[in-house]
Design a protein around this ligand. Structure first.
Ligand code: GRG
Length: 309
């Protein structure tokens, strides 16, 4: 698959073998997670099996790949970024396990497999989520420090993103917004926190692992913010246009849970236009970097817009 962003946003010549990149980075991330997570046989065995069950259930690994690609953009390398890439995947997987619980979205299917609580029970699923969240901090604390970013900066980045004003705030607003007539502004508030915050954190951590300059960090923040918003608009679109089999999670869930989404507020076509505009803003943010270094970030942003699952 060769994805070009040229047909999405005019004037961005970026031919890139994305399939090869996704395969290669997917392998790197999977090997990293296998090495950096506690072994399944470690006591308590059920807990560690349950953590690994969800981590290796077949996620797309978008956040860790964005982290690796952001490190490339700043002249860094995958080896230094990998523990942080794995940390964001741990946080992402924790959020999915908890999101699927009966007290939250109450879902049976995730990543094409029965949800964690369906296999291990609610108690272990809650604890597996807690353990994955905590493990992200252990990974961050075990990283090398960089001249511009010490452990305090890295740990703070993850804590703020996963905390009560970002990821959890988004989830609270999402829960409280069910069956409410939300405005576009209120919906954007949810998307910024529930989704965009972690994508943004992923690219920022990649940049930090490459000791990026403040100017580069600002550009990555701008990129991650817009890619994150576009990602959630597309997710809302896919929820109404794709099948459960295609998505690996229950399709039509937003409608059955009476959730406000971009398609429900502005319609499908306008939602697609908004996603394209947001991706265009993300492409623009990459202009702060030499073009030869942003091929992967550019192609990933184009792929997130075009994805069908
Ligand atoms: C604190 C109890 C408690 C829960 C927090 C923060 C949170 C739970 C849940 C938010 C999770 C959520 C569903 C966010 C939406 C982001 C989204 C669309 C996730 C799906 O991402 P993909 O498509 O998934 O990258 P894969 O499976 O491919 O990794």
């Amino acid at each position: 698959m060769v994805v070009s962003s040229q047909h999405i946003v005019n004037g961005r010549p970026a031919d890139f073998d994305l399939k090869n990149y996704l395969d290669r980075c997917g392998r790197i991330v999977n090997m990293g997670l296998d090495r950096l997570l506690p072994p399944a046989k470690a006591k308590p065995r059920t807990l560690h099996e349950s953590m690994r069950y969800s981590i290796f259930a077949g996620g797309k690994r978008l956040r860790p790949m964005l982290c690796l690609a952001a490190a490339e953009a700043c002249g860094g390398n995958h080896e230094a970024a990998l523990p942080l890439a794995c940390a964001v995947e741990c946080i992402h997987t924790y959020s999915l396990i908890h999101d699927d619980l009966p007290a939250m979205d109450d879902d049976d299917l995730r990543r094409g497999n029965p949800t964690n609580h369906k296999v291990y029970g609610e108690g272990i699923a809650i604890l597996a989520g807690d353990a994955l969240l905590t493990h992200a901090f252990e990974l961050a604390a075990g990283c090398d420090a960089w001249p511009r970013y010490d452990h305090q900066a890295i740990v703070r980045e993850i804590a703020v993103t996963a905390g009560s004003k970002q990821l959890i705030a988004g989830q609270v607003a999402d829960l409280e917004g069910e069956s409410c007539d939300l405005s576009r502004v209120e919906l954007k508030y949810i998307h910024e926190r529930k989704t965009s915050a972690l994508l943004c954190c992923s690219v920022r951590l990649g940049g930090m692992s490459a000791n990026c300059t403040p100017k580069q960090l600002k550009a990555l923040t701008d990129f991650g913010y817009h890619v994150g918003l576009a990602f959630q608009v597309i997710d809302d679109i896919l929820d109404v246009t794709q099948s459960t089999e295609q998505l690996g999670k229950t399709a039509g869930k937003d409608q059955s849970a009476a959730k406000a989404t971009y398609p429900s507020i502005v319609g499908l076509e306008k939602s697609r236009t908004i996603a394209r505009q947001l991706t265009g803003r993300a492409f623009k943010a990459l202009e702060a970097f030499p073009k030869r270094r942003t091929a992967a970030l550019n192609a990933l942003a184009a792929y997130l817009l075009e994805r069908d699952r």
